[in-house]
Design a protein around this ligand. Structure first.
Ligand SMILES: C[S@@+](CC[C@H](N)C(=O)[O-])C[C@H]1O[C@@H](n2cnc3c(N)ncnc32)[C@H](O)[C@@H]1O
Length: 251
């Protein structure tokens, strides 16, 4: 549902007005983010930053410009990967992790996958459902670190875009373990994330992922079958990873 004060023209992510509202929201949200106040890990606070993620969606009041990652379209690297699957995604049971407003989940669904998508924040889930009233996606509120047991090993494709990098650095190994556990043996995990060098200083959030996240994933039983280290382009403004892992068949 569109905010009562917004016209369709206000929802163009390429417009200066959208950019101005986003910049204003970022200032407010940075001031609220414990991780921005006390250093890289948000020491002493909730490592999940649940209150902050909830504030993002609540304070946005249905204006996607005020949700820093919402571009009202699938991520270009996700979309291009999906479009490159010559047989589409029909027959796959897919999971979208930290789905936000749902554009990536809808992209997977449009390609034929049966999609379950979840986010920590219930308001994000309600908003995604409002945006896509005829959706085939099953949207659910859930915490990556406390998922229903029946999701274990249940998916042939798990997709995550920008959620690993939004987690406190210390949570990433555990998160990779959870993602591995969701895959059926031989299933695939697609990660789209900002990239950094191993020795580059990070002053997140977000915390771009270093190359060692691939080694960490291997130690969790995820074999990289495609590793793309993508330079900044006009479409993706910064260096990114697009990595496809496969859960070891005996998993
Ligand atoms: C940077 S946003 C990316 C959203 C979406 N994937 C996209 O690309 O637009 C990260 C999302 O992950 C969600 N999130 C953060 N921690 C989570 C957790 N522990 N479990 C599930 N979702 C989480 C946030 O609420 C937020 O919507």
């Amino acid at each position: 549902m569109m905010s009562p004060n917004l016209n369709a023209s206000d929802l163009d992510p390429a417009s200066p007005e959208f950019a101005a509202r986003r910049a204003e929201a970022r200032q407010t949200l940075d001031a609220l983010d414990p991780a921005k106040q006390v250093g890289q890990e948000g020491a002493g606070g909730d490592p999940l930053r649940r209150a902050w993620f909830e504030s993002v969606y609540r304070l946005a009041e249905n204006d996607p410009a005020r949700v820093p990652w919402a571009n009202l379209a699938p991520h270009p690297l996700t979309r291009a990967w999906v479009e490159g699957q010559v047989r589409g995604l029909t027959g796959l049971r897919a999971l979208d992790v930290g789905c936000g407003l749902g554009d990536n989940a809808e992209c997977l669904s449009a390609a034929g996958a049966e999609v379950l998508a979840f986010d920590l924040v219930a308001d994000a889930i309600s908003w995604a459902k409002q945006r896509f009233p005829a959706t085939k996606v099953n949207y659910r509120a859930a915490d990556l670190f406390d998922l229903p047991s029946e999701w274990q090993g249940a998916f042939s494709l798990v997709h995550e875009c920008y959620t690993l990098q939004a987690l406190s650095v210390s949570l990433v190994p555990k998160a990779l373990g959870v993602l591995a556990s969701l895959l059926a043996a031989g299933g695939h995990l697609l990660v789209v994330a900002r990239a950094r060098s191993e020795d580059e200083d990070v002053s997140g959030p977000p915390w771009p992922l270093p190359p060692s996240f691939i080694e960490e994933a291997k130690s969790q039983g995820l074999q990289p079958v495609m590793v793309e280290d993508i330079n900044a382009t006009s479409e993706v403004g910064r260096r990114h990873w697009r990595v496809l892992f496969q859960r070891e068949p005996q998993g």
